[in-house]
Design a binder for this molecule. Structure first.
Ligand code: PLP
Length: 434
């Protein structure tokens, strides 16, 4: 199925490419073309009544930058528009976005169901850190969503997976997963970092929440760390009266008895802001929000180029005798090809690919011999990056855990940048043959 990424805003039908440049910003009284950076800690109240009204949510407005900020607000609105959601909450990093999204759903004594194929930080968070908070993580193979059925119980509060997994480069069958989640009335949280809203929009496949590391393709040039949580439209329908989510339906003693589903505001984002961001404080800086806004202006163009380069590189690698296996969903030979056709727009599969060589030593030799690729643990930069996940991002995992999440020791990951594909191929060729 091909998706038409068109969104109605006001009376206009606009492409994502257009909205990425305009959504969420109305020029200020100075006619400022670039979004201003509101670099401030706090905001003056008109008078005491105004201050009290803001705290009581009788009027919405700025209080303190840990809770909200006008530049961050534009970033949140613009990202919400691209993702096709209702509201968003920006955070200090992708990891804090994931943590907040999970603990907004679950508490001590609960469990979450996670894909085995996750970013290394998400695996350690769910398998180790959350355990210390009393939240159990149960794992399913992203290639077999039916496993979820055996893991669900009345304490299950979220199903968490990546649309395009890092670093195993698998494409989740989003609809198969959300179907099971909806049958049990459980929230789905999708990490859409690698695909970005330009290539994949999980809400169109009935996901509830998306999370992103804005540190990747959103900034696009490796400039800043940040994250964002997006809530789908009408999530209130799923939360209201749902016995799994009492904390959204009963008075919050920490916010003078507020019942989040009674406010008329997007409840997941509201609770994330008023309770979690207030108390845990992992807020994004206004300057970083501004950088993310700059990045979003070119996101659509960049994702097309990243994807085209990655496909050419994957095709080259597939033909090379030293390469055992190439993981890129845009390749017809790849087991994720069908899912990529269904879930990604225009057959574009983002810039992340990996390939497997004989063993760790061979991988080390190749990585060290590249000249154009930077040995960096990041993805989504305009400059190409090479990584050896087993010795870096996934170093904390045991051999069994590495195998389970699809990271063999001879695996090399590439985040394909915006250099010419010809140069990228040449450099990898000489490294493979060095
Ligand atoms: N999600 C994915 C898919 C990632 O690749 C990463 C980081 O690499 C994160 C989340 C964490 O993001 P951050 O580094 O912004 O905390």
């Amino acid at each position: 199925m091909k998706l038409k990424f068109r969104i109605t805003q006001g009376n206009y039908i606009m492409d994502l490419q257009t909205l990425a440049l305009h959504a969420g910003y109305k020029k200020d009284s100075q006619g400022t073309m670039a979004v201003p950076i509101y670099q401030t800690t706090a905001y003056e109240f008109r008078d005491m009544e105004h201050a009290a009204d803001l705290f009581a949510l009788k009027e919405l407005g700025n209080i303190y930058t840990r809770l909200n900020n006008p530049t961050t607000d534009i970033f949140e609105k613009r990202f919400t528009t691209l993702e096709g959601g209702e509201a968003a909450l920006a955070t200090a990093s992708g990891m804090s976005a994931i943590f907040f999204a999970i603990v907004n759903a679950a508490e001590a004594g609960d469990n979450i169901i996670c894909a085995q194929q996750l970013y290394g930080g998400s695996l350690t968070l769910s398998g180790h850190t959350l355990k210390r908070f009393g939240i159990e993580a149960r794992f399913f193979n992203v290639h077999n969503p039916k496993e979820i059925e055996n893991l669900v119980d009345e304490k299950t509060k979220a199903i968490f997976f990546e649309s395009l997994t890092n670093p195993s480069i698998d494409v989740a069958d989003i609809e198969a997963i959300t179907k099971i989640a909806n049958k049990h009335n459980i929230l789905t949280i999708v990490d859409n970092t690698v695909a970005t809203p330009i290539l994949c929009r999980p809400f169109e496949f009935r996901a509830d929440i998306t999370v992103h590391s804005a540190s990747k393709y959103t900034t696009g040039q490796g400039l800043a760390i940040g994250g964002i949580i997006v809530e789908r439209k009408n999530l209130i329908e799923k939360l209201k009266g749902n016995p799994r989510y009492d904390h959204f339906n009963t008075p919050d003693a920490s916010y003078h008895g507020l019942v989040y589903t009674d406010t008329g505001l997007p409840p997941f984002t509201l609770r994330g802001r008023l309770s979690l961001l207030r108390d845990l404080g992992a807020v994004v800086s206004p300057f970083n929000s501004w950088l993310f806004i700059q990045g979003m202006e070119t996101l659509s163009l960049r994702m097309k180029e990243h994807s085209k380069n990655a496909l050419m590189l994957a095709e080259f690698l597939e033909s090379h005798p030293k390469v055992k296996k190439v993981n890129y969903p845009g390749l017809k030979s790849n087991k994720n090809f069908k899912n990529a056709q269904k879930y990604f727009t225009d057959d574009l599969c983002s810039g992340l690919l990996s390939f497997e060589v004989k063993n760790l030593e061979e991988a080390q030799k190749i990585v060290n011999a590249t000249k154009l690729y930077s040995l960096v643990v990041n993805i989504g930069d305009s400059k190409s990056i090479i990584t050896h996940p087993a010795s870096t991002t996934h170093q904390q995992l045991s051999h069994e855990e590495l195998v389970a999440c699809g990271v063999p020791e001879g695996l090399i990951r590439i985040s394909c940048g915006l250099e010419s594909a010809k140069d990228l191929i040449e450099d990898l060729k000489q490294a493979l043959e060095a």
